[in-house]
Ligand binder design. Structure first.
Ligand code: NDP
Ligand code: VSD
Length: 332
């Protein structure tokens, strides 16, 4: 009898341990909240700012180009839902000097109150073959995409911990879940965000702060148009596996997941598969999410192997094509 009771207690405690990280956070209320969006003057960041503004938030936009910031401010203000709402613009490079980033965020908080949600969306990309990418691009991308997310987060986290609330969003990429031809400089910066997010989430969860990592697919933005100009053929063909998304759609998903405090945010069916497949030891934010990972991971690995096979064959075909045309050039 005693044994049975002990066994029951042990079982119960184990169950509690498993289920405790699965308890979903309370959603953030956006009306009246202060949302800071880095990279908020263009593309996905701009759409995230609009989405939050439409839901009643006060917005701080951060980017370098002042004209672009002011233009975006005007565009966002068209969507106001009450006459108290404010859009504040700050021109700063998020990747250069920590003190400067800390200072401007202090000013923003003096004007609009403590930051309830920070969206780290400032970022840029360079594609090309490893040996053809300028050496300083590796450093620059790491500075903008990684340090440019560390600095603003580091600057707001103390106040968030004091208030025992907050959301921090990191905009990674599908190229932050798997490495692809052409992305040797870009992918590592997006993988780095995941490591940062996991470690930070474990630290700040007891303070009721939730971290979200978003993994968007190719998205129709000015940044994407710029990237496409110099993209290797292989990268283009591989990327065509999944279709190009609209920035509005990506932004809606990111804002929804951030409000709910979901650690993981993905778009579309291959986004869904990739996120399950790469969930590893990342935090879970609902029981259904945990269950889906347990059940689907193996099956999605099989699907993934087929994708990898097709990517390899694209790379091989392109190489043969190139050699053929080079030989033809020589014989001419
Ligand atoms: N579009 C896509 O296909 C995908 C994009 N992503 C990621 O989403 C994010 C946004 O991408 P997207 O909307 O395409 O980008 P855009 O190029 O359209 O916009 C980038 C924004 O970041 C700002 N920015 C860039 N560098 C800095 C800096 N050093 N300091 C401050 N602000 C900066 C830009 O303003 P300014 O130049 O004036 O500073 C601009 O507001 C990026 O992190 C990108 O890697 C992820 C997956 C897919
Ligand atoms: C079972 C799993 C199957 C998975 C299939 C995955 C298909 C991969 C397509 C990858 C597209 C690359 C996105 C990079 C976007 C980006 O960050 C840049 N555009 C930034 O400008």
């Amino acid at each position: 009898m005693l044994l049975l009771v002990v066994a029951f207690i042990v079982f119960f405690v184990l169950l509690l341990y498993m289920v405790s990280p699965l308890i979903s956070p309370k959603p953030l209320k956006l009306p009246g909240a202060h949302v800071v969006v880095t990279g908020g003057s263009s593309g996905i960041g701009k759409c995230i700012a609009i989405e939050c503004y439409k839901q009643g938030a006060f917005i701080t936009l951060i980017a370098r180009d002042e004209n672009k910031l002011l233009q975006t401010k005007k565009e966002i203000e068209k969507y106001s839902v009450n006459d108290k709402q404010v859009v504040l613009c700050i021109s700063v490079d998020v990747s250069k000097d920590y003190e400067q980033v800390e200072n401007v965020l202090k000013q923003a908080q003096e004007k609009l109150g403590p930051v309830d949600m920070l969206v780290n969306c400032a970022g840029t990309s360079v594609t090309g073959k490893f040996e053809e990418i300028e050496v300083n691009s590796f450093e620059r991308l790491m500075a903008v995409n990684y340090l440019g997310s560390v600095y603003p987060s580091r600057a707001v986290i103390t106040t968030m911990k004091e208030r025992r609330m907050g959301r921090i969003v990191f905009v990674s990429s599908q190229a932050g879940q798997l490495g692809l031809f052409g992305y040797t400089a870009y992918s590592p910066t997006k993988f780095a965000l995941r490591g940062l997010a996991e470690a930070l989430q474990m630290e700040v969860k007891p303070y009721n702060i939730y971290v979200t990592v978003a993994y968007p697919p190719d998205t129709d933005t000015p940044g994407f148009a710029e990237e496409s100009k110099t993209k290797p053929l292989e990268t283009k063909l591989i990327s065509e596996t999944s279709s190009v998304c609209q920035a509005e759609q990506v932004a809606r998903v990111i804002v929804k997941d951030a409000i709910q405090g979901n650690f993981n945010s993905s778009v579309g069916s291959d986004g869904y598969m990739l996120s399950i497949l790469t969930s590893g030891m990342s935090p879970v934010t609902s029981i259904t999410e945990g269950l889906q990972q347990v059940v689907c991971m193996g099956i999605f690995r099989i699907v993934g192997l087929f994708y990898l096979g097709s990517f390899d064959s694209i790379v091989r075909r392109c190489m043969m094509q190139r050699e053929k045309s080079e030989n033809a050039d020589k014989t001419e």
